[in-house]
Design a binder for this molecule. Structure first.
Ligand code: VGL
Ligand code: ZN
Length: 246
């Protein structure tokens, strides 16, 4: 079945977010894998484009507790980012460091996406050492099979993170292909899935979250995230048979 004008966005399915060994493993995060595999099937779903996002930090990223001794992971710290904006950062264990296995997209998924005969893109985000970037709309778009390590957009001078969601490279890529609806799956409901959904809504994409295809770090924050997305016009869908995908 052709899924008209609808893109599949697969958020941060990377080893560091997956049990058993991820440094920031999302509880039961591995349970979403069969659901995502089921969505990458040309016979069933002919997405005009599939986008996978990858949290992709430099070694000394602003979000790492290790960058702010003596702070510990999961503490909140008021910081000033590279834009000069003061904000509250949840400090994380080191995760998804460029060039490490933890940053890799889970291999069965990577393999499936490599074999998928259609348009697949990779979005890398959080590449600027002085900016947190949870939303895939704040990343830079590159080839899935041949990712660029050195897009000018990820340099500290001209980071993609400094653009608004509407003019982000992901938003332009989707609009160029006539996409006006996005289906989100991936990790984590309360951080990157939430912020990607908020960007999609603010860029006027119909935004659907596949409930069984997402998992969060904190149950309470995940529930609040889903409430907020629904309040803003997004939908949580339950089935992966397309029945309630309007
Ligand atoms: C994420 C925390 C830190 C996510 C990324 O993918 O949800 N969470 N970096
Ligand atoms: Zn991160």
């Amino acid at each position: 079945m052709t899924i008209q004008n609808t893109a599949l966005l697969i958020i941060d399915v990377q080893y560091d977010f997956l049990p058993p060994s991820g440094s920031l493993a999302v509880p039961n995060g591995d349970e979403i894998l069969p659901i995502i595999h089921n969505l990458i099937d040309k016979e069933k779903w002919d997405w005009p484009v599939i986008v996978a996002s990858q949290d992709y930090h430099p070694k000394k990223h602003i979000s790492f507790a290790s960058s702010h001794p003596p702070q510990n992971p999961f503490e909140l710290l008021t910081l000033t980012d590279a834009r000069g904006t003061e904000y509250n950062q949840t400090l994380w264990p080191d995760h998804c460091v460029q060039g490490t296995r933890g940053a890799e997209i889970e291999y069965s998924l990577k393999d499936k996406l490599t074999k998928w005969e259609g348009d697949v893109k990779l979005v890398r985000k959080g590449t600027h050492d002085g900016l947190e970037a949870y939303s895939a709309f704040e990343g830079y778009i590159t080839d899935f099979e041949n990712p660029s390590e050195s897009s000018p957009e990820r340099s500290n001078e001209h980071p993609g993170e400094l653009r608004s969601a509407e003019e982000s490279s992901l938003s332009l890529c989707l609009k160029e292909r006539g996409v006006h609806k996005v289906v989100l799956v991936g990790l984590a409901t309360d951080f990157c899935v939430l912020q990607t959904a908020l960007s999609a809504l603010s860029s006027s994409f119909k935004t659907l979250l596949l409930g069984p295809g997402i998992r969060g770090i904190s149950p309470e924050d995940s529930k609040n995230a889903m409430d907020k997305i629904q309040q803003l016009g997004g939908k949580i869908i339950s089935g992966d048979d397309g029945a309630d995908w309007e």
